[in-house]
Design a protein around this ligand. Structure first.
Ligand SMILES: N[C@@H](CCC(=O)N[C@@H](CS)C(=O)NCC(=O)O)C(=O)O
Length: 198
């Protein structure tokens, strides 16, 4: 765990109008969960100190079930209120912390970012899961080949979206044909917050 996660300083200073708030943030986390990792990246990216409670998803504690209506991680508890769904939590954290924002000031660019978040959840993550461990889990070949098709579809979409903007090869999907995606992944992976959240 990063040295910034000190139990004693789990707070965010938030400015709103003339007021300044201090919020206490506790993250219910599972280290290997990609959704929780998203939230950890945002917490580090925005410099928020937070307290971590590691959750054993195979043996959910009463405490965790008390704060997580869906029984899933990540959940953050802010001043006694539970917030969950990683994309929503991340946008909340972005909104209450200072500039620079992770989301654009331009509404259309924000809409495009949300389209990608939705597509990542609905198409990309499930396809990555089936493509990477589907054989190990004994999934039918048809489902596995469908997931590779879906991966190529999402990567083509992302490649076009990243054109003109500022993974290495992974498994059976080569990013050679997706240079914008490969360059974007390199930029993300080089960020301190990404390393801290790993
Ligand atoms: N849509 C949710 C997905 C969260 C999710 O599926 N988390 C998994 C771990 S990676 C979980 O907690 N699973 C426990 C369960 O389903 O019982 C989000 O983005 O936060």
């Amino acid at each position: 765990m990063s040295p910034v996660c000190q139990m004693s300083c789990a707070t965010i200073a938030v400015s709103g109008g003339n007021r300044r708030y201090i919020l206490k943030v506790r993250l219910y986390n599972t280290q290997r969960c990609p959704y929780a990792r998203r939230t950890r990246i945002v917490l580090y990216e925005k410099g928020v100190d937070f307290e971590v409670r590691e959750v054993d998803l195979s043996n959910k504690s009463e405490e965790f079930l008390g704060v997580s209506p869906t029984g899933k991680v990540p959940v953050i508890v802010v001043d006694g209120d539970s917030l969950y769904e990683s994309n929503i939590v991340n946008q909340y954290l972005d909104e209450i912390t200072g500039e620079p924002g992770l989301m654009s000031a331009d509404p259309k660019a924000r809409a495009q970012a949300r389209i990608w978040m939705s597509s990542a959840d609905e198409n990309f993550f499930p396809a990555v899961f089936v493509a990477s461990v589907g054989r190990e889990l004994g999934f039918p070949e048809e489902r596995i080949s469908d997931s590779f098709e879906k991966l190529e579809m999402v990567l083509s979409f992302l490649e076009a979206r990243l054109e003109g903007r500022e993974l290495e090869e992974r498994g059976e999907v080569s990013l050679d044909r997706y240079p914008n995606v490969a360059a974007w992944m390199e930029r993300i992976e080089a960020r301190e917050s990404f390393g801290a959240a790993t």
